[in-house]
Design a protein around this ligand. Structure first.
Ligand code: IMP
Ligand code: MG
Length: 498
């Protein structure tokens, strides 16, 4: 059986399938968006925005796409790609992606976008970057995501359809700017000017030294985007609800459960609910219409980008600080740490080596991703979000590791903390994850011997090394999850359906 046949048999007549991130993002959802697109008639996104990034290979060249779903390469076969109403829609980014597709002669005749998606405007990009320089840094991707959802909830956002109605757009746009300008006046104008020089902000074309924003330039550009996108703007919520139960639909998650505004490690989260609940809502269908959810989990290490608790991080705070240092990227890290190995006795250096081995640098920002061992209590936590069936990815990365550690629980080591009607004190042992307690959790590990041989060419579960299967068995039992698919490389063929 080839991969498509195995997946078709795994899905067993189910029609609507969601693929969500099971950890902190970057688990390799993009690969499966593409693999499942072959099975599907419709591929839809419903959460996040240009903060997401997936690699798409067109004519042998690699491109990072942010908003267009990874099913786009199947457009030529008539498969529909939808950017749903729950997304934060940056028209500039989408137009750039369309340009790339056009340049590579790839088709996008079946690409649709929701008229109700909220617009990312220059003021959102500026606000995101300014807020990050104030107290309480989140380590955002700087794509305007938080400020867009803030405006959405504050009932002052603009939606994609507004780009099609000039007078309406101008009125709402100017109104939306008012409180932003008031806020920016409390801030160092030099810094605002520097931020507005960013390429995502027209490299300074939107800057005005008196009012911060060159309103006319922005209005002109955005109405131009509107004219270009107009043929693709539609009521996608309505389409999806008509197709549910009839067509094969893949909902492509962005970010991940633990970054969900509602269920993640708040406040170190993104601003949409990127669990399957939010994803269904973001494409206009009820959660119960999703027949099957597959949660993508990196194994047996994991990563996180930006600030926030990460108990199993290799080298703890030292790693968190290093990864947050401005200007650190793949190249500078190689120069700083030319001789690290995945078996380094020093945990921090081991983490650097695993980051290099896994190519763990942000697709959107180029930042080094923080690395750590797989945290099973977090997997267990995600079960209540409907994530019990798992796609384990990147297993090939640890092939040279002599010892693999799995976190199965924590010791609480922090100040007394009231949790509802109980008080958690130092020394308390936990097998479950409580997001609020994570900053003070010390992981407890079980150690396993690694398999120490390449597995990228393995295509059946039976042929996987016994050491790997032992670890997988432990993780599944402790995490109360069922492995369904194992990925041993970036290629679609490097997929084992169990
Ligand atoms: P924002 O979504 O740009 O506001 O960023 C909020 C937090 O989510 C930051 O910690 C980001 O690093 C993280 N984040 C957002 N998008 C992604 C993603 O696609 N992968 C991993 N982390 C992400
Ligand atoms: Mg990503």
């Amino acid at each position: 059986m080839n991969v498509l046949q195995s997946i078709t048999s795994l899905l067993n007549d189910r029609k609507t399938v969601a693929i969500v991130g099971g950890q902190f993002g970057d688990e390799g959802k993009g690969k499966f968006g593409d693999v499942f697109a072959e099975w599907a008639d419709v591929i839809a996104r419903g959460t996040g925005g240009a903060n997401a990034g997936h690699t798409i290979v067109i004519n042998g060249k690699k491109y990072i796409f942010h908003l267009i779903p990874s099913g786009i390469l199947h457009d030529k076969d008539g498969k529909k790609n939808i950017i749903g109403s729950g997304t934060a829609f940056d028209p500039g980014v989408v137009c750039e992606e369309l340009d790339l597709l056009k340049k590579e002669n790839a088709s996008y005749n079946n690409l649709w976008m929701s008229m109700n998606a909220h617009l990312v405007l220059p003021q959102h990009l500026v606000m995101d970057r300014v807020l990050e320089q104030c107290d309480g840094k989140i380590g955002t991707t700087g794509r305007g995501i938080g400020p867009v959802y803030m405006d959405h909830v504050a009932r002052m956002g603009l939606r994609l359809n507004d780009l099609l109605n000039k007078d309406d757009f101008v009125r709402k746009f100017r109104k939306n700017l008012r409180d932003k300008v008031r806020f920016l006046r409390t801030f160092d104008p030099e810094k605002v000017m520097e931020i507005m020089g960013h390429p995502h902000l027209g490299s300074g074309a939107y800057w005005d030294s008196h009012t911060f924003f060159n309103e006319e330039a922005i209005i002109e550009k955005y109405l131009e985007y509107g004219r270009r996108l107009e043929p693709m703007i539609c009521d996608s919520d309505k389409l999806l609800s008509q197709w549910v139960g009839k067509s094969r639909i893949v909902l492509e998650g962005a970010q991940a459960n633990l970054l969900s505004i509602d269920y993640g490690t708040y406040p170190f989260v993104t601003s949409s609910d990127c669990t399957v609940r939010g994803l269904a809502k973001g494409v206009g269908i009820p959660e119960r219409a999703v027949d099957y959810t597959l949660s993508v989990v990196k194994a047996f290490y994991m990563t996180r980008v930006g600030e926030g608790p990460f108990p199993t991080e290799f080298g703890g705070d030292h790693s968190a600080r290093w990864c947050a240092t401005k200007g650190i990227n793949k190249k500078s890290e190689l120069e700083n740490y030319p001789s690290v190995t995945v078996n380094d006795k020093n945990e921090f250096r081991q983490g650097v080596a695993i980051r290099m081995a896994g190519g763990e640098y942000g697709a959107t920002t180029g930042r080094p991703r923080r690395t750590g061992w797989l945290d099973v209590p977090l997997l267990r936590y995600c079960r209540h979000l409907g994530c019990s069936d798992i796609i384990f990815t990147k297993l090939d990365v640890l092939s040279n590791c002599k010892e693999i550690k799995i976190c199965f629980g924590y010791d609480y080591d922090g100040p007394p903390y009231r949790l509802g009607n109980k008080v958690v004190k130092s020394g308390y042992q936990m097998l479950t994850a409580v997001p609020a307690l994570l900053p003070h959790c010390i992981p407890r590990y079980v150690s396993f011997p690694g398999w120490c041989k390449p597995i990228s060419d393995v295509r059946t579960f039976a042929d996987l090394p016994v050491e790997l299967k032992n670890i997988l068995d432990f993780v599944s039992k402790q995490g109360e999850v069922t492995p369904r698919i194992i990925s041993v490389g970036a290629d679609r063929e490097q997929t084992i359906v169990i």
